[in-house]
Structure formats: C-alpha cells, structure tokens
Design a protein around this ligand. Structure first.
Ligand SMILES: NC(=O)c1ccc[n+]([C@@H]2O[C@H](COP(=O)([O-])OP(=O)(O)OC[C@H]3O[C@@H](n4cnc5c(N)ncnc54)[C@H](O)[C@@H]3O)[C@@H](O)[C@H]2O)c1
Length: 293
C-alpha cells in the first residue's frame, strides 16, 4: 500500500501556502514525493517556506509571491512554474479571507474584498493554471470550500455566498474541462483549528460547545483537510469530478441532535454515551479531548 496515491514527481501548486491549511497541504504533497509550488502574499516567507520544504523532504519546491486577485501576478506564477518544472499537474485553491459583519451593516468594500479573494481569486488561478492543464491534456483542481457554502455562516457577511459560488464554479470547470482530462472538485471543511479560526478557540467554552455539535466530538485538524485534498489531487479519484468531500466530523448531519430530549438535548446525549462507557470528555471542565488524540 505504500505510495498508494502515486503523487511522486507531480507538480502541485498551492495558493494560500502560508496559511494553516496551506502549510499542511504543501507538507503532505512533499511527504508523498510531489514537487510543490508555494503561492502566497509574502515573497520572503514563501521562498523561505519552499526552501525548508525542499530541504526536509528532498523534493523540488519553489515559492512565488502571488496575489490571487491579480491577473498579472497569477500569470507570472504560472509562467515561472512552467519554466521551473515544465508542467503543472495539480492546483489547490486555499487562499481565503473572512470578515465578520451583520448583513445590514456589511460595508460594500468588505463585500467586494471577500468576494474578490474567495471567488474571483479562485477563478483567476483556476483559469490560468487550468489553461496549462488543458494544453497538457490532464490536471486536477481542488478548491477549499466549506460546509458553510450550504448553510449560512451567519454574521460573516459575504463569506458563505462566495463559497457557494466556488462550488458552482468547480462544477462548471468539471463539466467544461472534463473532455480535456482536467478534473475539478471541492473539499468542504468545518471547524478546523488554523490561524483564521484561532481567535474562536481562544475560549475553551467555544471548543467544548462546538465539539458537542460534531458527531466525532472533536474540532478538525489541518491534517484531516490535507488527507482529503491528497485523494482528490491524485489519480486515485480519477472518476470523480464536479463533486465535493465534506470533512466536518459529521457536523452536517447533526440536526437531529439539536432537538429537545428528556433531560435536555446535550445532557441526554452525554449521559447516554457515558453510560455506554464512551469517554469523550476528559475532565470536569468538560473541555473536549477525544480519547484517541
Ligand atoms: N479554518 C477553518 O475552520 C475553515 C473552515 C472551512 C473552510 N476554510 C477555508 O479554508 C481555506 C484556508 O483557511 P485557513 O484557515 O488555512 O486560513 P488562513 O488565514 O490560515 O490562511 C489563508 C492564507 O491565504 C493567504 N491569502 C489571503 N489572501 C490572499 C490573496 N489575495 N492571494 C494569495 N494568498 C492570499 C493568506 O496570506 C494566508 O496565508 C480558506 O479558503 C477558508 O475559507 C477554513
């Protein structure tokens, strides 16, 4: 089963490569022997991260300063990738931002900024890297969306709308580019600890309360997301396109758990599990600590 993904030697470009998920996705590609193109806003940091990755895993990695909303910078990154590697096999769109606001207060400038990065940026990078894949007759696009593309992340302005747009854009690309051998899929995370979400988890009560809404009773790790990305980026998912993998610990299926139960909806589930000997809660504070971590 070793090298099951067969990503060795593939050229994989990752936007938002310096972010919580981006870093782990790049590392997982490198662990699998793929060559990596790291794309993010800070030139010095992205080049240093590429050098570190190459040194640690013995692969070829290049770092390139690229604002995903800037057509010229994206095209320059594509040209540099082709010059350095001769081709691009995989693009992972990860670069995203979040601005909190109630819909009635949301400034138009925030609406436009988030739309620009989260949707327009995904489009520009997909189009420009995708053109090279079309020429080569093969390629895989993976877009980090979110479960909040299906149900609104309230008080987060345009965020959910942009990700719903990403889902449809991915389906469009899958339908139009399938004949060229290019696939496009989404990964839909929920509740993952990264710099983007760090402030949420500064309060242990938030972690506890969120964990109880998740079937697996834990917050997601960046490795959970990277694993799903690897599958969709590899030829192991060759007959999957225009689709998505939810990586949410079952959160999307928990509506039934929100309904009233004898003794209170949460107490009922916790007591029931406790009586079954399932030790999901480590101490009296009730902070979620899954026993397998
Ligand atoms: N963290 C979560 O719980 C969560 C849940 C669901 C979906 N997501 C999605 O996952 C993706 C990654 O999230 P994260 O938590 O790793 O975020 P993060 O804030 O840690 O990283 C985002 C990265 O994108 C880069 N970036 C921002 N704007 C850019 C631009 N215009 N061009 C190029 N790079 C840019 C940033 O510099 C940063 O390195 C995002 O698309 C986010 O919407 C996150």
């Amino acid at each position: 089963m070793s090298n099951w993904l067969k990503l060795e030697g593939d050229v994989c470009a990752v936007t938002g490569a310096l972010g919580g998920m981006g870093v782990e996705i790049c590392r997982e590609f490198a662990r699998n022997g793929a060559n990596v193109v790291l794309l993010d806003l800070d030139e010095e940091k992205v080049k240093a991260a590429a050098a570190d990755l190459a040194a640690e895993f013995g692969i070829h990695a290049e770092g390139c300063k690229m604002n995903a909303t800037d057509e010229a910078e994206v095209q320059a990154a594509v040209d540099a990738t082709i010059a350095n590697f001769g081709r691009v096999d995989v693009l992972v769109n990860t670069a995203g931002i979040l601005r909190f606001a109630a819909m009635e207060d949301l400034p138009l400038s925030d609406w436009e900024q988030v739309l620009n990065v989260n949707l327009t940026g995904y489009f520009i990078t997909s189009q420009r890297f995708g053109r090279e894949m079309i020429k080569a007759g093969q390629g895989r696009l993976v877009h980090i969306s979110t479960v909040a593309s299906h149900s609104p992340e309230t008080f987060s302005g345009v965020y959910s709308s942009t990700k719903a747009g990403v889902n449809m854009m991915s389906k469009m690309l899958a339908a139009e580019w399938g004949p060229y051998g290019v696939r496009s899929n989404c990964v839909e995370p929920c509740f993952v600890k990264t710099p983007m979400s760090a402030s949420f988890y500064a309060d242990p009560e938030v972690e506890k309360s969120r964990s109880r809404l998740i079937a697996t009773r834990r917050i997601g790790e960046v490795s959970d997301i990277a694993n799903a990305v690897m599958f969709l980026a590899s030829k192991r998912s060759d007959f999957t396109t225009g689709d998505a993998i939810k990586v949410d610990g079952g959160f999307s299926n928990m509506m039934g758990d929100l309904t009233a139960k004898p003794g209170g909806r949460r107490a009922y589930a916790d007591n029931y599990l406790k009586n079954k000997g399932v030790e999901l809660w480590s101490d009296e504070s009730g902070v979620a600590k899954p026993t397998d971590q």
